[in-house]
Write a protein that binds this ligand. Structure first.
Ligand code: 5GP
Ligand code: ZN
Length: 112
């Protein structure tokens, strides 16, 4: 656990969150400021600053759970978007790897 990392604290249960999924390696919880009707964050329990710093096996593991989590949120059929903001210009505000899973409405493209 990294000191002062909000997602480490959420993963540990020290800060409450609206959990939608949890296992020994990761947690998924509702984003505090949802960008769409469905907006959850998939977060590994071990700290990695971003996707370039995380073990590829861990990222693959998180992706392997997307179908199940999307189905539980009711968006597996209609579709959804995964986003991994990376670094300052990538819009990453929390420096602990997380995958946004966004859906529940038709999403625009490009996103910026
Ligand atoms: P980023 O901009 O780093 O890709 O995404 C960080 C996300 O974390 C933002 O969408 C923001 O709303 C969300 N967030 C920040 N702090 C908290 C928190 O304490 N709880 C929850 N549930 N979401 C948070
Ligand atoms: Zn962390």
């Amino acid at each position: 656990m990294a000191e002062d990392c909000i997602f480490c604290k959420i993963a540990k249960g020290d800060i409450p969150s609206s959990k939608v999924y949890e296992d020994e390696k990761m947690i998924a919880f509702k984003d505090l400021a949802p960008a769409a009707p469905v907006h959850v964050l998939l977060v590994p329990k071990t700290h990695a600053q971003d996707v370039t710093e995380a073990a590829p096996e861990l990222v693959a593991y998180m992706l392997s759970k997307v179908k199940e989590i999307a189905a539980s949120l009711g968006v597996a059929e209609k579709g959804f978007r995964l986003v991994i903001n990376t670094g300052d210009e990538g819009g990453q505000t929390v420096k602990h790897l997380h995958i946004h899973l966004i859906g529940g409405k038709a999403l625009g493209w490009p996103p910026c």
